[in-house]
Structures are given as C-alpha cells and as structure tokens.
Design a protein around this ligand. Sequence first.
Ligand code: G3H
Ligand code: 13P
Ligand code: ZN
Length: 324
Amino acid sequence: MPLVPLAQVLEEASKGGYGVGAFNVNNMEQIQAIFKAAQENRSPVIIQASRGALKYTNLTYLKHLINAAAEENPNLPIVVHLDHGTVEAAKTAISLGFTSVMIDGSHLPFEDNIRVTREVVEYAHAHGVSVEAELGTLGGIEEDIQGEVQLTDPAQAEEFVERTGCDALAVAIGTSHGAYKFKSKPKLAWDLITEIRRRTNVPLVMHGASSVPQDLVATINRYGGRLEDTFGVPIESIQAAIRLGISKINVDTDIRLAATAAVRRVFAEEPEKFDPREYMGPAREAMAEIVGLRMQQFGCAGHAQDYTPKTLEDYRRFYAEQGR
Ligand code: G3H
Ligand code: 13P
Ligand code: ZN
C-alpha cells in the first residue's frame, strides 16, 4: 500500500466514528514500536515528526527510516505527517515525501494565521498533500490547570476553515502539551467540540492528548526519576471527544514515559548491563505496548483493511477540480 494522505484516513475515521492516534517519532525504535503495534492491531498509522525531530534526525535518516517502515508494512495505510510546522518546514517535508503537513500559525494574529495557512494549503494541495492547521492555543480551562490558554472560537473556526481550505483543524479545548497538564482530573470544553464540528466540515484534531499513566510516572520515580505529581487526559475523555467529532489524537509524551520507565528499570535492576540493545529493546517493547493500547482505546484497531488507498496524485486532481 502506498503512503496515503491524512485527508483519506480522517475521512474514513469520521465515517467509521473512530479516532486515529498520531504518534511522534524521533528514532528507529519508536518507528518500529508503532509499526509493531499497528500490525498487531491491524490499525491505520499516522506517524508524525516535529521540527525538533527533523533536526535531531538530520532529515535524511528520518526519511529512510520511514521508507523502511513503509516497505516492511505494505498492508497498512500509512500517513507521514509534519507536526507543528512552519511554511519552510512544510515545504521541506513535502520534498521528503511526507503525505501531510501541519502549519501551526496558532500563535499569530487571526489574519496572519489565515495567510500562512493559505500559503501552505496552496503549495501542499498542488502536490496532493493534506494540511492540518491550528486555531486557538493549548492550555487548561480551570484555575488550577497549568499553562496559558486561548480556547478555539467556533465562529472564527468556521471562517478560518472556509478561507484557508485546510483538511483538518487542531482545536484548543483545554489540553496542553507535555507531562504536566493538570493538577487534578481535568474538564475539557465539550461544548466547543460540538459547536466547531457543527460549523465546520473538517475533521478535528486533539493535541496534548497523552494520558500520563500514573503507573509509568511511579515506575520512573521508583527507579531514580524525579517527576512531579501530574494528570493527563483521561482515556474516557478522549473517547467522549471522539464521539463528538475529534478524529486525530496526538500522542507523544506517553511514548516518552513508557520508554523512560523501561530504560530506568533495566539500569536499576540490571546495573551490569551496558549493551544499548538491552535497554533500547525493552524500551521498544514498552512503546509498542502503549501505542497498541491507544489504538484499541481510540477505536482505529481493526480498520487497516477498510482502505482502498488513494495516492497524492488522486488528491492533487481532487483539489484542482474543487479549486482548493
Ligand atoms: O507537540 C509537540 C510534540 O510533542 C513534539 O515535541 O518538539 O519536543 O519534538 P518536540
Ligand atoms: P502530548 O504531549 O500530550 O503527548 O501531545 C503531543 C502532541 O500534541 C504532538 O503534537
Ligand atoms: Zn501538538
């Protein structure tokens, strides 16, 4: 199966009423872990690389690692996506063969966000590549929640989608990036998801969707780590958000926690070990386990075979016909 655009996977997910996990990657073990989980769960795959990941892997390594994964897994629909991109990074990612890019203009004034997003949409759609954009800034919606926030305004979202022609919209509904999201069980802005979904016709994206499993935090701390008390987004909240119209769910922190817990356990329990395979191997297993669990919980498990894959050329023609 060729790499497919994000637009196709999210269209299938919206029709099927399930969410698709989008998992961040920076190295070979993470990529292998995600594909192991996807094979075991017959799930479509969205792997995404941040600008930090592109820098860390020096582009060429990442491109070849992803191509290796695609070659090894010809039976899965695979989206290769740029996470939190700029105009420049989006063009670079498209030249590397990514099938989807995010342009993150969420920190810009509304009109500037529309301008940069429109620029990326025109460039990406001419290549058949999908575009995720963002409106609003991530953070919490209660006083005891950490981080700054500007929840997405539904009327602005309607105008934004209409004027930019983006394929998916990341919305700020009370989540935030990283391990320190909430000091207690969170409350998300459910009414916003419903209202934005009613006013726009694009699939919605939840960033900052790690659940920060308490057992992983405890394991890390038991074996010498120093993480503070923290809460992530409960799985039931993500499942409720999927029912309301969230289709893509971004997870990075949970994978980092799983890897760190596994490596710390080996270092603490088997201090004589020094072969990287003896701690990176368990880290890879732990990452595959949490990714597989998320695929089941988000509902994308079992859906890999639903797809008749579409190519970037199919989408290039579709956008040209639609004038998008
Ligand atoms: O949204 C951010 C992702 O977790 C990527 O993080 O910029 O550290 O690679 P990064
Ligand atoms: P987490 O930090 O909650 O895993 O969010 C990742 C993310 O949103 C990547 O874009
Ligand atoms: Zn994000």
